[in-house]
Design a protein around this ligand. Structure first.
Ligand code: TRP
Length: 73
C-alpha cells in the first residue's frame, strides 16, 4: 500500500443530501463509493489502499490535518 498517512478527515453535512464520493486509487480514477449525509450527520474517514481522493458535493464542512474547508452553498 502506498498510503502511509493514517490521519482521518471528517465531513459534517450542513444540509440534507450531501454526497461524499470515494474515488479509486491507481491507474483509473473512478467513483467506487457514494455516501449520502443529511444535515448534521458526520462521516469520519481515511484515505486507503482503495481510496485516493474524495469529492464532496453539497454544503459541508471538511475537517482535515490542513485545516477546515467549507464547500460553497
Ligand atoms: N471501502 C473503502 C476503502 O477502504 C471505504 C472508504 C474509505 C471510503 N475511505 C473512504 C469511501 C472515503 C468514501 C470516502 O477505501
Amino acid at each position: 500500500m502506498n498510503n502511509q498517512d493514517n490521519s482521518f478527515f471528517v465531513i459534517k453535512a450542513k444540509e440534507n443530501g450531501v454526497n461524499v464520493i470515494g474515488l479509486t486509487r491507481g491507474q483509473d480514477t473512478k467513483f467506487h463509493h457514494l455516501e449520502k449525509l443529511d444535515r448534521g450527520e458526520v462521516m469520519i474517514a481515511q484515505f486507503t489502499e482503495h481510496t485516493s481522493a474524495v469529492k464532496v458535493r453539497g454544503k459541508a464542512e471538511i475537517f482535515t490535518p490542513y485545516g477546515i474547508i467549507s464547500t460553497e452553498d
